[in-house]
Design a protein around this ligand. Structure first.
Ligand SMILES: Cc1cc2nc3c(=O)[nH]c(=O)nc-3n(C[C@H](O)[C@H](O)[C@H](O)COP(=O)(O)OP(=O)(O)OC[C@H]3O[C@@H](n4cnc5c(N)ncnc54)[C@H](O)[C@@H]3O)c2cc1C
Length: 474
């Protein structure tokens, strides 16, 4: 028997934290750039798919099938080890991450290079009722639940007489007038307008749509003139935006506004901002800037201009990457998919370069503009001074996102779905009952007969007791 210790593998181990936009693209491109045996790549994400978040408003409106707007990691990452877990701690000083799997006990995983791409979560404020009654729009599950809720509410409302209970079911409140908020607001309005024609008991006037925005304008990504056109277009379709207004309470099915207005509602969608993933940022020892993001250099290594944190990389919404074009907010890239994808592609190249002893390049991307869908056949597009509105912008929105969806397999499913909807109409199936899938089975399931009542032997004992007593007294 040999006494020598097992030889430790010298192949660099790359750990990617989060398989969303930036994480998925980093792994995908690493698979392309790395030579065989040059490094081992592991991606950790509690979800088995990357979510194409720009499609969430259309999923909420039933214009895209939920499964088509996510990309299965295992199907497209063939050389990457995929771990269904959360990273709950990063000890970069020792190059060890704490992995908390979706089943089983947490464990420590050693790495040589870490790529942090854990994205962002909805940022809320301590407003009474929001944490318990509102829903965000960052995940596919939320988009599906929003759609199902609106459709179930139509079903319920159609069985009720006119009155406050029915009004509440037919009222939607969206908080936040950024891109995500306006898109989901407009898409839900569009869905509700289609639903009205299927419910003879519900009229267009019975449905109420309110968006609450704290600032004096919506969609800061487009010009003021374009944003005003969006406001008018929404108002024409019966969807009202409350500017310079804050939501102050959301308790007992009533939304209260800073203007004093009270809106009874059964659906509150919260899209008023995001913050870098707190679990990963706070649970680690990587440097964090004032706004809670991982301090990242323009070459996508963690650190500052003067100090590099060796072996640590970051990209996407979790990171603060300097925007060298001079645009951005506070000198940093804004959190969007445009940046996340491009940063990830460069990150993969830079990481491979560093492994080979070469120099990494700096990230430089000039904003291409913004495009938003505002419900079926309506949209808005802005690039510099060029603004497109209405149908042509909607075509640009679908064209851009149809092409931007990663992988031909996924592009095909999405575009095929749109094609089908064009001829067959929007899919109006509501599967909210999936939340309680056993209800029919349980109602009719045969159960074992209850055990025979234990009362008989007791009776006997009682009748025997006096006899014994008698015997004892003889
Ligand atoms: C409704 C909506 C519409 C949008 N529309 C546009 C648009 O039109 N154009 C545009 O450019 N951008 C758009 N965006 C923004 C864009 O989607 C994000 O900027 C982008 O997804 C950021 O990518 P990311 O990889 O940083 O984060 P994400 O894509 O959010 O990925 C983060 C990943 O990390 C995983 N994760 C979380 N916690 C952990 C953990 N502890 N351990 C391991 N993994 C973890 C998550 O499960 C997720 O898979 C939109 C966003 C939303 C919500």
């Amino acid at each position: 028997m040999s006494n020598t210790a097992p030889v430790k593998s010298t192949t660099p181990r790359i750990l990617i934290v989060g398989g969303g936009y930036a994480g998925f693209y980093t792994a995908w491109k690493l698979e392309k750039h790395l030579r065989k045996g040059e490094a081992e790549v592991t991606i950790v994400d509690p979800l088995p798919y990357m979510t194409y978040q720009p499609f969430l408003p259309e999923v909420a409106a039933g214009s895209i099938e939920a499964r088509h707007s996510v990309v299965a990691l295992r199907r497209h990452l063939k050389k990457t080890t995929i771990v269904a877990a959360k990273v709950t701690g990063i000890n970069h000083a020792d190059k060890v991450a704490t992995i908390t799997p979706i089943a089983g006990e947490p464990y420590e995983l050693e790495y040589d290079q870490i790529v942090v791409t854990a994205g962002a979560v909805s940022r809320t404020f301590p407003i009474p009722g929001i944490a318990d009654n509102a829903i965000g729009l960052k995940t596919i599950e939320e988009a599906v639940a929003i759609r199902d809720r609106l459709m179930s509410n139509f079903d319920k409302a159609s069985t009720l007489p006119p009155g406050p209970a029915r009004d509440r079911l037919l009222t939607v409140v969206v908080v936040g007038g950024g891109f995500a908020g306006i898109e989901v607001f407009a898409e839900l309005r569009s869905l509700a307008s289609s639903l009205v024609s299927k419910y003879p008991q519900v009229t267009f006037e019975d449905t109420h749509f309110h968006l609450v925005e704290a600032m004096s304008r919506i969609m800061p990504e487009v010009s003021l003139k374009t944003s005003e056109w969006v406001l008018k277009s929404l108002a024409k379709r019966g969807a009202f935006v409350h500017l310079d207004t804050q939501l102050t309470s959301a308790v007992d099915g009533n939304v209260e506004l800073s203007t004093g207005e009270v809106i009874p509602t059964d659906l509150i969608v919260w899209t008023a901002g995001v913050m870098a993933n707190p679990t990963v940022v706070r649970g680690g020892d990587l440097p964090v800037e004032e706004r809670g993001r991982i301090r990242t250099r323009a070459d996508l290594r963690v650190g500052t201009e003067d100090e590099i944190v060796e072996g640590a990389w970051a990209a996407g919404d979790v990171s603060a990457v300097p925007d060298l074009t001079g645009g951005g907010v506070g000198g940093y890239c804004v959190p969007n998919a445009q940046h996340a994808v491009r940063q990830a592609k460069l990150l993969a190249k830079n990481l491979v370069a560093v492994l080979r002893g070469e120099l990494p390049r700096e990230y430089f991307h000039k904003n291409l503009g913004a495009v938003a869908g505002l419900g079926l056949y309506n949209g808005v597009f802005q690039s510099g001074n060029l603004a497109l509105k209405g149908f042509i912008a909607w075509v640009a929105h679908r064209g851009y996102h149809g092409l931007a969806m990663p992988s031909w397999e996924r592009k095909f499913r999405v575009v095929w779905g749109w094609w089908n909807n064009l001829w067959l109409g929007r899919d109006l199936v509501n599967l909210e009952a999936v939340q309680n899938p056993r209800y029919v089975f349980e109602e009719f399931a045969a159960r074992p007969r209850p055990a025979a009542p234990a009362a008989e032997p007791e009776k006997k004992a009682v009748t025997e007791a006096p006899a014994q007593k008698v015997a004892a007294s003889r």
